[in-house]
Design a binder for this molecule. Structure first.
Ligand SMILES: [Zn+2]
Length: 201
C-alpha cells in the first residue's frame, strides 16, 4: 500500500508530517502547536520521529508521550536537547524512548525507515529516509541548506555532510520533505549543494 503524507496547514513555521500506511500513522517533527492537529488526524499513531533536537521540531514530544503513549525517536547526539527548555519557550522536557545510534533500517508497524546522520546544523541532525521519500529536517530546504551558526552547530561538519549527501545519493531522485517550506527532490538539491560546499571550503 502507498504511503500517504499529510502536512500540517500553512501558517505554522515548522512542518509537521503524518505518514499514513495500512492504518498506521508515523509523526515526523511534532513541533509547536502540532499536538491538537496530530490528535485530530493521527488515529493509529505508532511513533514520533525527530529529524533533530531544536525546540520547534520537538516541542510536542512530551505531550505525545503522555497522551498518546507513543515512543519518541531521535539520534543519540541530539537527545540532550529534549531534556531542558533551553530557549525558554515553555517546552516540556522529556527523554526519548529510542536514541538511534546507527543507520540500520528500523521497522515499526507498516513502516520501514532509517536515520542518516548529516551533522552540522546540530550534532545529531539527520534525514529520515524511507524507500520512496526522505524527510530532510533542517539539513536541506527547497533552495538552500540549514543554518550552521548556532551554538551547537559546526560549519566543518556541515561541509562534510554536504559532501556525503552528494556521494550517497548519486543516482537517486527521491522527494525531499524539509522541516520548513516546500518539498523538493534530491536532484534539485544537488544543483545547489556544490555552491554551499565551495562557500564552506
Ligand atoms: Zn533546526
Amino acid at each position: 500500500m502507498r504511503m500517504l503524507v499529510k502536512q500540517m496547514g500553512r501558517g505554522y513555521q515548522t512542518n509537521c508530517y503524518l505518514l499514513v500506511k495500512s492504518g498506521d500513522v508515523l509523526i515526523v517533527d511534532p513541533g509547536i502547536g502540532a499536538f491538537e492537529w496530530i490528535a485530530a488526524n493521527a488515529k493509529g499513531a505508532v511513533a514520533a520521529l525527530n529529524t533533530h533536537g531544536h525546540f520547534d521540531h520537538v516541542y510536542s514530544d512530551a505531550i505525545l508521550q503522555k497522551r498518546l503513549r507513543i515512543p519518541i525517536y531521535i539520534r543519540q547526539e541530539d537527545n540532550y536537547m529534549l531534556a531542558r527548555d533551553y530557549c525558554n519557550t515553555g517546552m516540556q522536557p522529556c527523554v526519548a524512548d529510542v536514541c538511534v545510534r546507527d543507520e540500520e533500517w528500523i521497522e515499526i508497524g507498516a513502516f520501514r525507515f532509517r536515520f542518516v546522520l548529516f551533522s552540522g546544523h546540530t550534532p545529531g541532525c539527520s534525514m529520515i529516509e524511507f524507500e520512496d521519500r526522505i524527510f530532510s529536517g533542517d539539513f536541506i530546504f527547497s533552495d538552500c541548506i540549514g543554518r550552521y551558526d548556532f551554538l551547537d552547530s559546526s560549519a566543518s561538519d556541515m561541509k562534510r555532510s554536504l559532501e556525503r549527501f552528494m556521494d550517497l545519493y548519486d543516482a537517486d531522485d527521491r522527494a525531499l520533505y524539509p522541516g520548513h517550506g516546500e518539498p523538493t527532490s534530491i536532484q534539485k538539491a544537488k544543483a545547489f549543494v556544490p555552491e554551499f560546499i565551495r562557500a564552506l571550503s
